[in-house]
Every structure is written in C-alpha cells, then in structure tokens.
Design a protein around this ligand. Structure first.
Ligand code: ADP
Ligand code: MG
Length: 486
C-alpha cells in the first residue's frame, strides 16, 4: 500500500488519520478501479481482509455496487454491512462513500449498538403486541370459565353428595379451576403497566414459573425449588417478579445445553426476601461477569440473545429498592442472588384481603346483571336468585341504561361487565351517575383487578369482582358493595 495514495502529504495524512481515529471512524480509499490502495489503521484493524463481501445475490445492492456507482456519478452513498468477527459474534458497520481525488473515500462507523437497539425495540414491540392478544384471549377465556364453573357448582349442589355424578362434576370443577389459574398466569405475564403498583408473593411467583419450566425445559434439566411455608411479599406486581425469575431461568437453561440442575430458593432474612437461582452450567469468566448487567451485552449468537435480559432484571430489582449479585466459576455454574425489601404489612393486607364469607341469610333487593355473555348472565342470575335476590338482566350497556331510566327506583345494585361491545362498563357508569348518583355498582371483568382499579373511573364504583367468580365471591362482592354504600 502506498501511504499517500489519496494525494495527501505524509504529514497531512497523519493528521487526517488521527482525527478520524479520534472520532472512532475507519477510513479507506478506493481507486478508480475499485481497488483499495490505502486504508487507515482502524480500518485494517476492523477489516484485515478488506470490507466483508456482501452476501451472494446482494452484490447489486451491497457496498460493492455503492462504490462503483459513486465512482461513476460522484453521489454520496451509505450502506449498512454485517461483519462476522473472528472472535465470534457479528457487528454492524455503516459505511459512507464519497467521491474524492479520482477515487472513493470510505468512512466507516461501528453501528452495532444502534442496530441492536432498533432490533431490540422492534422485538419488544412485537412481544408487546402478542401480549395484548394473549391478554384478550385470557379475558374471553374467563367469561366461559365463569359459565363452566358456575354451572358445575349449581349441578354439584343439586346432586346427592358422594354420588358418582357428584364426583364427576367435582372433577370438572377442578379442571376448570386449573384453566382459570392458567388464564390468570397469562394475564399476570402480559400486564405491563408501569403505573401498576401492588405486591407479590415471591415464593408463589417462583412456584408458578417452576411449574411452567418443568413442562417446557429439556428433561435433562432438573428443576428444584426450596420455598417457604409462608408468603414472602415484595413490593412488585406479580408480572414483574415472574419476568425476573423467568429471565434468570432462561439464562440458566442456555448455560446448560447438555442438562444439569436448576435450583430456585426463597428465604426471608432481616426484613428482606432473598431469591437464589443457581445452575450447574458453563459459568462465566470474570470478563463476562463484569459485563452481564450491561444492556446489549450478550455472548449468544444473533437471534438467540439480545443482551437485554439481565439489564431489565437489574432495572426492576434496583427500582424496587433491592439488589442483585452474581457468583460464577467457568465450568462449574452460576448463582444469581436477589434481595428485595419485604412489602409493608398494610400493602400486603390490602392485596390479600380475605373474601368475607357471605352471610347466606335470605337477602332482599333487586340486582341488575349486565353482561353480553349469556352464560355469565345465567350463572349470576341463578346464584343471586338462590340467595333471595330478585334479578333482572341486560345484555348491553344501552339496554341496561334504558332499563334503569324506566325502573331505576326498583334496582338496588348493578353488576356490570367491564368489556362489552357497544357501551363499555365505564361509559355506562358515567351515564347512570347522571340520574342515579347513589346506586351501588360492582364491576366484573376477566381482566385482573389491578389493571381495573388503577383506572380513573374506578372511584365511581363500589366494588370489583374478578371472573371467573363462584357463588361465594359473587355474594361477598354484592354484600360488601351494599354495606359500603350504606
Ligand atoms: P442474553 O441472555 O440475551 O444474552 P442477558 O442479559 O440475559 O442477555 O445475559 C447476558 C450474558 O450473561 C449472556 O449472554 C451470558 O453470557 C451471561 N449469562 C447470564 N446468565 C448466565 C448463566 N446463568 N450462566 C452463564 N452465563 C450467563
Ligand atoms: Mg437472557
């Protein structure tokens, strides 16, 4: 290579190179034939064999074509190139070509971080969209489960105790409850509301994730849990806690491609809850260990790792006033240990508020049940009328408002579905408050309580009832709302 091929003196070239190097740019000069008679040190360092050839078939749009075109018409062009590093992993470079001195000057910057960031954002947007779909499915699921569980409950009460049919119905109820737990799990996972406060039982979340992992992990990975008999409540919503546990477990799985043991333990010590996630995988070098929490740091091939998992975990944990540390030895395994302050008792009491046992006394009064799902209307009607209430029903918000306009004085409480085609629950509440300001309203929904009680209109109602509900929870919610409104 001739050191002054671009037509600069040696001194000028040195200054030029120093400036480019300081700006972390790599420079090279292509001559009129498209050969590379000169390049700077950083360029030689990044691309010891020259710019990586574009993949087969992409030459017409790749950097080779850009250089040829700029040689011909002197227009500045930019291309993004991907380069497999000798040390493993890929990097992205942005090259700008401009005509200079009878050839083409290439200025290359490392765009890996920007590329990964855009890619990561796209991916998380996609996941976010998927989460919305999953939450919608879980919500509809809860409507059907209300029907299934309700009818099963009614059947069980009608059948003689201990009989074979009664046992079958009990099994049906058990299966429906399991399904309800699954729907709840989906709702917990997909809830991504940064405003949502709340608290979660760390052990319960670990248990839920472990149950999921036992079904999905390579069977050569043994999942062990050591949980407490009591709840370890921490000041994070269950969705966030599960996200943390899931991320640590996925990393452990990736570190044990040939199998091993994954151990999850929860303890309480000195006002703090501790979670330990230990694997017997490949472990980490000190260099990797130093960087594990850096955003975009990954040792996994593209498509497998984003380097965002532990960055997110540490953000969640530090944001909740906790801390996280890692111990690891190459070839022996890794331990992540998280400490979180225990949630204050008041918060715990609020979340774990037990359902008051309905008195079961013959109650009086008329309840309007509003739900677009006929099964839900039917089950609620049976439950309530068996307990002495008079029930009227409406299948939409508009039908409910019409009924309230005509017979509002007769109605003592409204059980109102949150999500219906046409007027939704909150709109119905707003409309009826104009002429029935005191009428108690209980909102029911297949979405979780937290996402509902944070809404602004939640102040205007007297209670919330999660679907699927059974007779006991329904009556308790109704009685509580009537007591609350005097
Ligand atoms: P990603 O999993 O997408 O690579 P993370 O932030 O979750 O991103 O992890 C960053 C890096 O930390 C991983 O690529 C891996 O090198 C290392 N790492 C994390 N957890 C473990 C573990 N349990 N065992 C070995 N290495 C780990
Ligand atoms: Mg990860």
């Amino acid at each position: 290579m001739t050191p002054n091929a671009p037509g600069l003196s040696r001194r000028e070239l040195q200054i030029f190179e120093a400036v480019c190097d300081g700006a972390e740019m790599a420079i090279a000069w292509f001559d009129a034939e498209g050969h590379l008679p000169w390049c700077g040190c950083r360029f030689a360092d990044w691309f010891p064999r020259g710019l990586p050839p574009s993949p087969k078939g992409d030459e017409a749009t790749g950097w080779e074509a850009a250089v040829r075109a700029t040689l011909a018409d002197s227009v500045v062009r930019q291309t993004l190139l991907r380069h497999e590093c000798a040390a493993g992993g890929a990097r992205w470079y942005q090259a700008t070509f401009r005509s200079w001195n009878g050839g083409v000057l290439a200025v290359v910057v490392d765009a890996t971080l920007k590329h990964l960031m855009e890619d990561g954002i796209l991916r998380s947007e996609r996941l976010h969209g998927l989460g919305g779909v999953a939450a919608g499915v879980a919500h509809d699921f809860n409507n059907y489960l209300t029907g299934i569980l309700g009818i099963a409950g009614l059947l069980r009460e009608a059948l003689p105790a201990g009989g074979e049919e009664g046992q079958l119905v009990a099994r049906l109820e058990g299966a429906a409850r399991t399904a309800a737990g699954l729907a709840q799990q989906i709702l917990d996972y997909t809830r991504d509301d940064p405003e949502a406060g709340g608290s979660a039982d760390l052990g319960g979340c670990v248990d839920a994730v472990a149950a999921l992992l036992r079904h999905t992990l390579d069977p050569r990975i043994e999942v062990r849990t050591q949980l407490l008999g009591e709840a370890a409540r921490v000041g994070l919503p269950p969705g966030k806690v599960q996200q943390v546990v899931m991320n640590l477990c996925c990393n452990a799985r990736d570190a044990m491609p040939a199998g091993g043991t994954l151990e999850l333990a929860v303890r309480i010590h000195g006002g703090r809850a501790t979670l330990r996630v230990r694997d017997t995988g490949m472990g980490m070098t000190d260099e990797v260990k130093r960087r594990v929490f850096d955003p975009f740091f990954t040792t996994k091939p593209p498509g497998r790792g984003t380097g965002l998992g532990l960055a997110m975990v540490s953000e969640i944990i530090l944001g909740a006033g906790g801390d996280i540390r890692v111990e690891s030895t190459p070839g022996e395994g890794t331990l992540f240990e998280i400490h979180l302050p225990l949630a204050v008792a008041a918060e715990a009491a609020k979340v774990a508020a037990p359902v008051a046992d309905p008195t079961g006394e013959a109650a009086g009064g008329t309840i309007l049940v509003v739900d677009d799902e006929p099964l839900v209307r039917m089950v609620a009607e049976r439950f309530l009328s068996r307990s002495g209430y008079t029930v009227v029903t409406a299948d939409s918000g508009d039908a409910a408002l019409e009924l309230l306009h005509q017979r509002g004085a007769e109605i003592d409480l409204v059980l109102l579905d949150l999500t219906m085609p046409g007027k939704r629950g909150p709109q119905v509440v707003a409309a009826l408050r104009a002429f029935l300001p005191e009428l108690p309203v209980v909102i029911t929904s297949g979405y979780s309580e937290q996402s509902v009680t944070h809404a602004a209109w939640a102040q205007a109602v007297q209670g919330f009832l999660a679907k699927p509900f059974d007779r006991k929870t329904l009556l308790a919610a109704v009685e509580k709302a009537r007591v609350a409104s005097g």
